[in-house]
Design a protein around this ligand. Structure first.
Ligand SMILES: NC(=O)C1=CN([C@@H]2O[C@H](COP(=O)(O)OP(=O)(O)OC[C@H]3O[C@@H](n4cnc5c(N)ncnc54)[C@H](O)[C@@H]3O)[C@@H](O)[C@H]2O)C=CC1
Ligand SMILES: O=C(O)CCC(=O)C(=O)O
Length: 427
């Protein structure tokens, strides 16, 4: 159970929060973390819930609920994406914020974890509604954000344009251009070249490392990818570059398969041209039931959409050699226990998808210094940091004879706990 009286823990109704707490408890036991520190890390430092009234295109006012959760401020400003999704709630955002802390920990970034969310389906927003929603949310949380306090970035349902609106709204408040308030902005506004591609690129750096270790040739390997948004589509592009065939893809509207390999360039074109921005109906692949997607035989399976899609129900049926977690929290602890008894090589989320926050860090540093790097430098630094983290996780896993998830979480949690201990308990 998470700490405190269940009746007074506002996060507890979320299964994703309970999952993050269970992971933390497992790690705490494995690394013999002081129970006081573990309890402290289970509860975020600060959470804000705001109501966000928005004038809709038909003249009505609709009120949305928005969240920003800052899990830890120990290691620097808090950092993490902003998610627009219909069912997002406080507990889910708290879990995602906690995972950001461990992710920044294993990457050695000078940040604590944070995450935000608004309970809205972005596909249902019309005209200027998304802009008005974003600007009003920024207004409502401006007392707890700042370039040295909490820096947002894109996540599910948000993008570069969303970040541009936040940048503009915040800058108008403070009275000067403040690009360092968000990362993942358009490059013209002080965004970092390569940030948009960074998460998917990092996923494929990790996959290549895993292939090397397992003696798998990337040419001739096959992949299945769930999600064809920012992370999923770039992962597909990068897989094609290393010669790996993507044989099945799913999104929120459906799933498709072509065992000869899906032509990703033509799929990207198809998606950009249809109104729902979906892969469904792509003429060069056949439709398959969603339930079949994750159990389609492949060398590498990349869940790149949402949490808790690999569970006790389907974990034993996976037919992949490598599970590369592009999404946050796609595998629940019961599934983890099942996978531990198979030969599936897991690249855990907090390592696998850390490329995004890593290049966000580069962007923040560039904005603070008002000095821009070129794409070659960004990609070289990203690769260096990703490979370094991959090696640290594998060394920890091999050294302690534990799985990659426990190894990654141990490194992330230990880093945060060490810094907390060094700073001391106040008062
Ligand atoms: N954008 C980023 O830089 C980072 C994102 N992530 C994580 O990656 C995941 C995806 O994020 P983005 O690509 O940014 O989001 P996105 O909004 O660009 O794309 C999400 C994709 O998932 C699909 N999807 C949604 N619900 C689905 C369902 N029920 N079944 C199958 N597919 C579904 C959507 O149709 C879309 O293709 C999330 O877990 C996010 O937290 C992690 C690190 C960084
Ligand atoms: O780029 C960032 O700051 C955060 C990205 C993010 O939300 C994540 O890694 O889950």
């Amino acid at each position: 159970m998470p700490p405190g009286n269940p009746a007074s823990n506002p996060f507890i109704s979320s299964p994703t929060y309970l999952m993050a707490c269970q992971q933390l408890r497992n790690v705490a036991r494995a690394i013999q973390l002081d129970s006081g520190v573990a309890e402290r890390l289970m509860l975020p430092k600060r959470s804000q819930i705001v109501s966000v009234p928005v004038r809709m295109e038909d003249g009505r006012t609709e009120v949305f609920v928005g969240y920003r959760v800052q899990h830890s401020l120990t290691s620097g400003p808090s950092k993490g994406g902003l998610r627009y999704a219909k069912n997002v709630d406080l507990g889910e955002v708290a879990a995602l914020a906690m995972w950001m802390s461990w992710k920044c920990g294993i990457m050695n970034l000078p940040y604590g974890g944070a995450k935000g969310g608004i309970a809205v389906d972005p596909a249902e927003l019309r005209g200027g509604e998304k802009e008005r929603l974003t600007r009003r949310f920024t207004d409502e949380i401006q007392n707890i954000i700042g370039p040295r306090v909490d820096v947002m970035a894109p996540d599910m349902g948000t993008d570069e344009q969303t970040m541009a609106w936040i940048y503009d709204t915040y800058s108008m408040k403070v009275g000067y251009a403040c690009p360092e308030i968000v990362t993942g902005k358009p490059v013209e506004l002080g965004g970092c070249v390569g940030r948009k591609e960074a998460t998917g690129r990092g996923v494929v750096y990790c996959i290549s490392e895993a292939f090397d270790e397992l003696n798998i040739k990337s040419e001739g390997a096959t992949a299945v990818v769930q999600g064809f948004g920012n992370v999923g589509s770039v992962t597909c592009d990068e897989l094609v570059k290393i010669g790996t065939k993507v044989v099945a893809i799913g999104d929120r509207y459906g799933s498709i398969r072509n065992d000869r390999g899906i032509n990703i360039a033509r799929l990207n074109e198809y998606v950009s041209r249809n109104e729902r921005k979906t892969i469904v109906g792509f003429p060069e692949a056949e439709a398959i039931p969603d339930a079949e997607l994750l159990i389609t035989p492949c060398t590498v399976l990349v869940p790149a959409a949402m949490e808790r899609v690999i569970t006790a129900e389907n974990a034993g049926k996976l037919k992949c050699r490598v599970l590369a977690e592009g999404a946050n929290g796609p595998t629940d602890p019961e599934a983890d226990a099942i996978l531990a008894n198979t030969d599936v090589f897991v690249i855990p989320d907090i390592l696998c998808n850390a490329g995004g926050v890593t290049v966000s860090y580069f962007e923040w540093v560039q904005d603070l210094a008002q000095f821009m790097w070129d794409e070659e430098e960004v990609n070289a630094q990203l690769k260096k940091l990703m490979l370094g983290a991959f090696k640290r996780v594998r060394d920890e896993a091999k050294g302690r004879k534990i799985g990659n998830r426990l190894a990654a979480l141990s490194l992330g949690v230990q880093k945060v706990a060490r810094e907390k201990n060094k700073r001391g308990l106040y008062p």
